[in-house]
Design a protein around this ligand. Sequence first.
Ligand code: FES
Length: 254
Amino acid sequence: MAPLDSKSSGGEPGVWKSGRGRGRRLPKGRVYSDEGLAAVRALLGDRPRRRDLLIEFLHLIQDAYGHLSADHLAALAFEMKLGQAEVYETATFYAHFDVVKEGETPPPALTIRVCDSLSCELAGAEQLRAALEEGLDPGQVRVLRAPCMGRCDTAPVLELGHNHIDHATPEKVRAAIAAGDTHAHLPDYEGFDAYAAAGGYAVLKGLRAGGDWEAVQDSVLAAGLRGLGGAGFLGAQMGLCAGQSGSALSGGEW
Ligand code: FES
């Protein structure tokens, strides 16, 4: 258990101190193993331990081990100097992270997520999922439901590992598994530099150069932008934030 050493206790072996006073024999929350901490440090390498990289680090662990163990989550919290609750809440918020508590069995190495939203259900996702559950070894492959994957025009859709399969069939899935084709296929998309060089974000740059946030707000409100979550609230957010002192990070769209 890593914190119980003379280094972290300021010289007193076996007592963990936060650096703000009295020591206690154990850190708050779950403890982690030396092996867990070494594994997390090996994955993170020399990346800065910035809190905004938490999700990226969770992906590193998930991809390396196929799940997020309680040991690794506790070690990651320690390594990043974050509260364990903060790391756990983030890990359990996203469906693509598999948090495995002490004593639980990790999931199989391969997961198939079958979209069960409207377009895919109309295109036979229920039957597809049933056929996959019957035809694949549950010890090797896990079949789950998942919400819309944004590919409704090619329903039914599923995700095999990180590989999205359009117009999915059991035959396509079996062929992809046999070929080990479980990684994402990135399209040849236009990158930020090319987009900006071709005039992209010109309006934004002009507004920023003008330094008039009210003009920015007026433009956003006039554009009638609407979206999920905070995007529907976007123009008002700007006014509210401008009325506050200090700095803050906003979740969501801006
Ligand atoms: S409904 Fe399945 S991808 Fe949108």
